[in-house]
Design a protein around this ligand. Structure first.
Ligand code: FES
Ligand SMILES: [Fe+2]
Length: 377
């Protein structure tokens, strides 16, 4: 029987009237252990040029990547031994709060102090925090942003907060990929592609492309997304849940019949149009008997960091060509809605449809890029 799954999905729309606010969120921008602390790192977030750097106290900071003097990129600057960020164009220095603390071309100390006290000399800073080995940035500046950012918890993995030797984290990978945040989320909401696109690594395109249903297990909401299960699950798995937590996190949990769990913690941060930064790691939760659940093949094997990066890239590259060209195909159709452009008769696409519905109805249907001129660079 052919089922039209969309009327069913329409029930997911709730009565919330607020829209998701893209800038009042924590975004994971880096794996801290992979950052070089001795230099600034430029990147983009929501189309805004930003710079990450570590101050003298060891805390990672984020500024707008623009020097207040004559707009040179601070990411071309230097982290100095006094814990300041020095603009490499005329050597103005900035402290961790963004205050200008040195203008070496000043006539005397008094005039320098006066110019440094002018708010126009300050770099624009954004709230940051480190949680679970990731650096998170809140892309609004000012006192209000500091307060609001403290009220929201980043999309961390709760199991890693437990002091338990049953919980193991497998090292992370990070990549900038040439497809948008929405196509990444669509991809990781879609278990049906796994044995086909990842043929030979995770299943077989000939044996494992099968029927299953994806029942909804958490209702849709603006702030907290939604979750879907898979049924039936393979014999060794008791429950499989895909849990979308806006704006950046897909948490995929497989609970095995012995109680052990494999948690895939997947993140994507919108950097600029057509690109996203992905971060991923696995968390293994042992069964009560102390048995480790099977991880994703070679990703769960202890290995040097460089090898993990290469292998993770192989995996990501299997999907890359599809996602890049899906995005181009949709763009070539002008303003056509994704929901009108595709044909999705089977229940395996329920979560992908829900994701597109959340994006369109709850989050404005487009990422509010800060500056399209910058964002396209
Ligand atoms: S542009 Fe940065 S110090 Fe002049
Ligand atoms: Fe994939």
């Amino acid at each position: 029987m052919t089922t039209d799954i969309r009327p069913d999905m329409a029930e997911l729309t709730d009565r919330e009237t607020e829209l998701f606010t893209w800038t009042k969120q924590w975004y994971p921008v880096a794996v801290v252990e992979f950052l070089d602390c001795d230099r600034p790192h430029g990147m983009q977030l929501l189309g805004k040029n930003i710079v990450l750097w570590r101050d003298g106290t060891g805390k990672w900071r984020c500024f707008e990547d623009t020097c207040p003097h004559r707009l040179a990129p601070l990411s071309e600057g230097r982290v100095e031994s006094d814990g300041t960020l020095l603009c490499a164009y005329h050597a103005w220095r900035f402290d961790s709060a963004g205050n200008c603390v040195s203008i070496p071309q000043s006539k005397n100390e008094e005039i320098e102090a006066k110019h440094c006290a002018n708010p126009k000399s300050c770099a624009v800073g954004y709230p940051t925090q480190e949680r679970q080995g990731l650096l998170w940035v809140w892309p609004e500046s000012g006192v209000k942003a500091q307060l609001e950012s403290q009220e929201r918890i980043p999309r961390i993995v709760p199991e890693l907060e437990q002091e338990s030797d049953r919980v193991l984290k497998v090292s992370a990978n990070v990549r900038d990929l040439p497809y948008g945040w929405d196509f990444f989320m669509e991809n990781v909401a879609d278990p049906a592609h796994v044995p086909v696109s990842h043929h030979g690594i995770m299943g077989s395109r000939y044996q494992d492309a099968k029927y299953y249903d994806m029942p909804r297990v958490r209702e849709m909401s603006v702030q907290d997304g939604f979750a879907f299960g898979i049924t039936p699950t393979p014999p060794t798995i008791k429950e499989a849940i895909h849990d979308f937590q806006p704006p950046c996190h897909m948490r995929i949990v497989s609970t095995f019949t012995d109680g052990g769990q494999l948690i895939l913690a997947l993140y994507a941060t919108p950097t600029r149009p057509g690109w996203c930064r992905t971060i991923g790691f696995q968390v293994l939760v042992k069964s009560e008997a102390g048995k480790t659940p099977p991880g994703l093949g070679f990703f769960a094997i202890p290995m040097p960091t460089w090898l993990g990066h290469i292998l993770a890239s192989l995996f990501l590259h299997q999907d890359l060509v599809f996602l890049h060209y899906q995005e181009k195909a949709l763009a070539s159709r002008g303003n056509k809605r994704w929901l009108d452009a595709v044909y999705t008769p089977n229940p395996q696409d329920k979560m992908v449809i829900a994701f597109r519905q959340w994006f369109e109805k709850k989050a404005g249907g487009a990422i509010p890029w800060a500056d399209r001129a910058n964002a396209s660079n």
